[in-house]
Design a protein around this ligand. Structure first.
Ligand SMILES: [Zn+2]
Length: 327
């Protein structure tokens, strides 16, 4: 197989090719699955292949025909890419109205016309409703490809009108060799990313690795009463809060694992084994669960307008207290 798709996507690609071979490409395809497994990439490859004049034997776009060149230049008239105008924002009704207007015209070429919508969960209510009307009466030779890792945020009415295409978590045996080309810490990173290859790829950067180590050292220093929580809280303001909260929660989960077993398997942070094991030996399990609850609540609170300094102080002071009570 060529380098058009990731090594763990062969079955997915085959399934998409079956639609083509049977001339049953769905009018609306909803590609879903976990974050960081390459859904968007697969959707793009499929779109390019449907637009290409001379696909390869494996069904990939040739990359050379006039249509492929238009795709590369981002000027293919029958390829529409709908995404939020800014990362993290919604797809608006204005964007969907413009799209529907274009779709009311005939496709420019004789092959498929493709609309890629990602992330589909970014459609706001008004946009979703407008889009739904179109789905009831779609235009000819038009394929809509929606991509999301948050199916629960998508209106049921939209889901029910799409052919669902669910990508499974990739097989570890296919991911590890791929990951190995990018990092030496393959196992650690794979576990840290909970099996998500593209997240792992991101985690494998030196910067991410160093930051995780630095933050863990600060976490340990607070436990040993060698650093002040308020000072660390201030330093952490510069870091992405979702990542920090994930690290904190996963350190706590690893600590809980050590409370239950002397040599737990599948640690998130296997490279911090020694420190985690030592720390767990003088922590109160009950208090650790309470602390974990606080972290879970904090995950919800970072989505609101909360003062981040206050949030980190609250978390780190609780962490300091938890450790003080047992020393
Ligand atoms: Zn081509």
């Amino acid at each position: 197989m060529t380098n058009h798709i990731y090594p763990w996507q062969k079955n997915d690609w085959q399934q998409l090719q079956n639609y083509v071979a049977q001339n049953r490409v769905p009018q609306a395809l909803l590609i879903n699955g976990a974050l960081g497994i390459g859904k968007q990439h697969l959707a793009e490859q499929f779109a390019h292949a449907l637009l290409c004049e001379h696909p390869t034997a494996e069904g990939f776009s040739c990359g050379k025909c006039s249509r492929c060149l238009l795709v590369k230049a981002e000027t293919h008239p029958d390829f529409m890419d709908i995404k939020p105008e800014e990362i993290g924002k919604n797809i608006t009704i204005a964007q969907i109205r413009t799209l529907i207007e274009k779709l009311s015209l005939k496709p420019q070429f004789e092959r498929y016309r493709i609309v890629l919508i990602h992330p589909a969960d970014a459609l706001n209510n008004a946009a979703a409703n407008a889009f739904l009307k179109y789905l009831e009466e779609p235009t000819e030779r038009t394929v809509l490809i929606l991509v999301t890792h948050r199916m629960n945020k998508l209106p049921a009415t939209i889901k029910s009108r799409c052919q669902k295409f669910t990508m499974a978590m990739p097989d570890k045996n296919l991911v590890l060799p791929w990951l190995f080309q990018q990092t030496n810490n393959t196992e650690v990173i794979f576990n840290l990313a909970q099996g998500s290859p593209l997240l792992a790829q991101q985690y494998a950067t030196d910067e991410h690795f160093t930051q995780r180590r630095d933050c863990f050292n600060a976490f340990l220093a607070i436990a040993k009463q060698q650093s002040h929580p308020v000072i660390i809280a201030e330093q952490w303001l510069k870091l992405p809060e979702a990542t920090l909260l994930f690290w904190l929660s996963s350190w706590v989960i690893d600590l809980m694992r050590y409370r239950h077993q002397s040599t737990p398997k599948n640690l998130y942070h296997a490279d911090f084994k020694r420190e985690l094991s030592e720390l767990s030996s003088h922590i109160n399990s009950m208090k650790l669960y309470e602390f974990y609850d606080l972290l879970l609540q904090s995950r919800r609170r970072i989505e609101t307008q909360i003062n981040k300094q206050v949030l980190w102080e609250e978390i780190l002071i609780s962490w300091a207290m938890l450790n003080r009570s047992v020393l």
